[in-house]
Design a protein around this ligand. Structure first.
Ligand code: NAI
Length: 321
């Protein structure tokens, strides 16, 4: 047993409450994962009714699991009983917890304000995590003299006083299904906190992978050329989209780059690409393609709009191999 296993984060889950901020696609899923592991969970959203609706979505998803015989109604009721929805945009009103996982909109200013409210109200021992997919942990933690948050603080938004307890916990969509969590180390993150958080998500059934807070972390950086080169080859007329996917699938990848970006959403995938590219001073290795920009401009966002690279009918691509 190593020292970090004494961290308060790793105490009995029933006495280790968690707050999840933002009850969207990711927040609801993360709340479900924490509740399934036995933590009392406060699920917080600024929008009236959003947290309660997220609990309804979790209930519906679990009802399908019960129908398939994968879980029992008793376990589902116990899980749902762990989650308390809360509507507020003032994070100083969030109850005292051991861990906060922030999963609100991907805006640096919004996250900076929230972390400063948490610092005012949560004890210094509370671990503060962000599920950001593209923002720097260091940018959330440090002083800032521009942006909405700085304006709120009279032109100078303060650095956090306890940056050691801040880290990234980057879940993948949907959190109850996807096994990976990137545990993201800011310059100031305390190694004991990182180790404890990694052990915690391991106990939640996930595979934690430690990484530095560099653009795209691991997955979204390594995957950029996978998508981009496929799009460039199609753009250059060297191959068609269905053939690229077939080739990569037969070469051992679970999905081809084209069908995968249709699943993620071309708009969501382009936004991640733009973010990595800008953060690397427009390194051409990560440059978004005209091909993907055109898809987004034409509203061909992927499965969710019925058409992306491929055309979908009843959830199946009709023009893929
Ligand atoms: P979403 O748009 O589905 O949900 C965001 C929720 O946050 C909404 O319910 C909104 O009402 C709420 N919200 C906005 N501002 C708020 C505030 N100031 N206080 C409290 N609640 C507020 O977004 P999604 O997709 O769940 O993403 C959330 C975070 O997770 C983002 O940082 C995103 O980059 C990250 N992420 C998203 C992934 C994805 O595939 N969607 C994957 C991994 C990370």
């Amino acid at each position: 047993t190593s020292h970090h296993e004494d961290h308060p984060l790793l105490a009995d889950p029933a006495r280790t409450p968690v707050a999840v901020l933002g009850a969207g696609a990711m927040g609801a899923g993360i709340a479900q994962v924490a509740a399934a592991a036995g933590h009392p969970v406060h699920l917080v959203d600024a929008q009236e009714g959003a947290a309660a609706k997220a609990v309804d979505r979790i209930r519906d998803g679990l009802a399908r699991q019960v129908a398939k015989g994968r879980t029992g109604q008793g376990d589902v009721d116990a899980l749902l009983g762990q989650i308390t929805p809360l509507t507020t945009s003032d994070m100083t009103t969030v109850p005292a917890v051991a861990l906060v996982v922030e999963a609100v909109v991907e805006h640096l200013d919004v996250k900076r304000v929230i972390f400063r409210q948490l610092e005012q109200s949560q004890s210094p021992g509370t671990v503060l995590a962000t599920n950001t997919s593209s923002l720097s942990i260091d940018a959330i933690v440090r002083e800032a003299t521009t942006g909405h948050d700085a304006a709120l603080h009279g032109g100078r938004s303060p650095a956090l006083q306890h940056p050691g307890r801040v880290l990234g916990l980057h879940f993948f969509n949907p959190p109850p299904v996807m096994r990976l969590v990137e545990v993201v180390r800011g310059v100031r993150s305390d190694p004991a906190v990182l180790q404890a958080a990694a052990e915690l998500v391991r106990r939640w059934g996930k595979t934690p992978v430690l990484c530095a807070s560099t653009p795209g972390f691991i997955v979204n950086r390594v995957a950029r050329p996978f998508y981009g080169e496929a799009q460039r080859m199609v753009e250059e007329g060297l191959v068609d989209a269905a053939t690229v996917d077939l080739a990569l699938r037969r070469a051992g990848f679970r999905m081809g780059p084209m069908e995968l970006t249709d699943l993620i959403g071309q708009d969501v995938n382009l936004a991640v690409g733009e973010s990595v590219w800008h953060q690397t001073d427009e390194d051409p290795r990560y440059a978004p393609t005209d091909y993907q920009r055109a898809l987004v401009r034409d509203g061909r966002l992927g499965r969710k709009t019925g058409r992306g690279v491929f055309t979908y009918e009843d959830g199946r691509a009709v023009d893929a191999d």
